[in-house]
Design a protein around this ligand. Structure first.
Ligand SMILES: *[C@@H]1O[C@H](CO)[C@@H](O)[C@H](O)[C@H]1NC(C)=O
Ligand SMILES: *[C@@H]1O[C@H](CO)[C@@H](O)[C@H](O)[C@H]1NC(C)=O
Ligand SMILES: *[C@@H]1O[C@H](CO)[C@@H](O)[C@H](O)[C@H]1NC(C)=O
Ligand SMILES: *[C@@H]1O[C@H](CO)[C@@H](O)[C@H](O)[C@H]1NC(C)=O
Length: 189
C-alpha cells in the first residue's frame, strides 16, 4: 500500500513545488492594499488621496499599475513646478533670486527631476524595481538640491515663493514611488 502512495505523493509534491516556484517568479506584482503602501510613506494621507484617485479605482490594482500611475502624477507635478520656476525667473528683479531659480530649473528639467522620472518609467518597464527605487530617490535628491543647495555648506536661499511648497509636494509623491518599489522588491510584503 505504502509503495503505491509514495510515487503519487512525490508527484504531487513536485507539482506543488513547481506551482510555488511559478508563483514566486510573479510574486512581485502583487495586489497590495493602498493603506499598507501609504503607511510606509512620509505623508500617508496624501498617498491615499493620490492612489485612490486612480481612474478605475484601486481596489484591485497591482503594484506595477500603481507605480505607473504615480510616475504619471509626479511627472505632471514636476512639469507644473517647471512652469512656476520659469515664471519666477521672469518675475525676479533681483539677481540672487534669478540665479537661485535658474539653478532650480536645472534641478527640475530634463537634466534633473524630469530625467529621473523618465528613468523610473524605463526601469519599471524593464522590471528593474531597484532601478525604480533609485530613480525615486534621485527625484528627492535633485529637488532638495534646489531648495537647500547641492552641498550642506551652501547657504539656503530665503525663498518666499510657492516653490518650496511645490518642491515638497513633488518629494512626497516621489516617496509613494519609493514605497511601491519597496513592495515590488519584496522588502515589504
Ligand atoms: C503601519 O505602520 C506601523 C508602524 O509604523 C505599524 O505598527 C502598523 O502595523 C502598520 N499598519 C499597517 C496596516 O501596515
Ligand atoms: C503607464 O501609463 C501610461 C500613461 O501614463 C500608459 O500609456 C502605459 O500603458 C502604462 N503602462 C503600464 C505598464 O501600465
Ligand atoms: C499633481 O499632479 C496631479 C495629476 O495631474 C494633479 O491632479 C495635481 O493637482 C498636481 N498637484 C500639484 C501640486 O501640482
Ligand atoms: C513678482 O515680482 C514682484 C516684484 O518683485 C513681487 O512683488 C511679486 O510678489 C512677484 N510675484 C510672485 C507671484 O512671486
Amino acid at each position: 500500500m505504502a509503495m503505491d502512495i509514495k510515487p503519487s505523493l512525490l508527484s504531487s509534491l513536485v507539482a506543488l513545488l513547481f506551482l510555488l516556484f511559478a508563483q514566486s517568479s510573479n510574486a512581485t506584482n502583487k495586489i497590495v492594499e493602498v493603506n499598507k503602501i501609504c503607511n510606509i510613506t512620509v505623508n500617508p494621507s496624501l498617498c491615499s488621496k493620490i492612489l485612490n484617485s486612480k481612474p478605475g479605482g484601486t481596489n484591485r490594482a497591482d503594484l506595477i499599475t500603481l507605480a505607473n500611475y504615480t510616475i504619471g502624477v509626479v511627472r505632471s507635478n514636476v512639469t507644473n513646478t517647471i512652469s512656476l520656476i520659469k515664471f519666477l525667473i521672469r518675475n525676479s528683479t533681483n539677481s540672487d533670486a534669478k540665479n537661485h531659480y535658474q539653478l532650480c530649473l536645472t534641478h527640475f528639467d530634463e537634466e534633473g527631476a524630469l530625467h529621473e522620472v523618465d528613468y523610473a518609467e524605463k526601469m519599471l518597464k524593464a522590471k528593474d524595481y531597484q532601478g525604480v527605487n533609485v530613480a525615486a530617490s534621485g527625484v528627492k535628491t535633485v529637488v532638495d538640491g534646489c531648495v537647500f543647495g547641492d552641498s550642506p555648506t551652501d547657504p539656503v536661499f530665503p525663498d518666499h515663493s510657492s516653490l518650496p511648497k511645490y518642491a515638497e509636494y513633488v518629494k512626497q509623491v516621489a516617496d509613494i514611488i519609493t514605497a511601491i518599489s519597496n513592495y515590488l522588491m519584496g522588502i515589504y510584503k
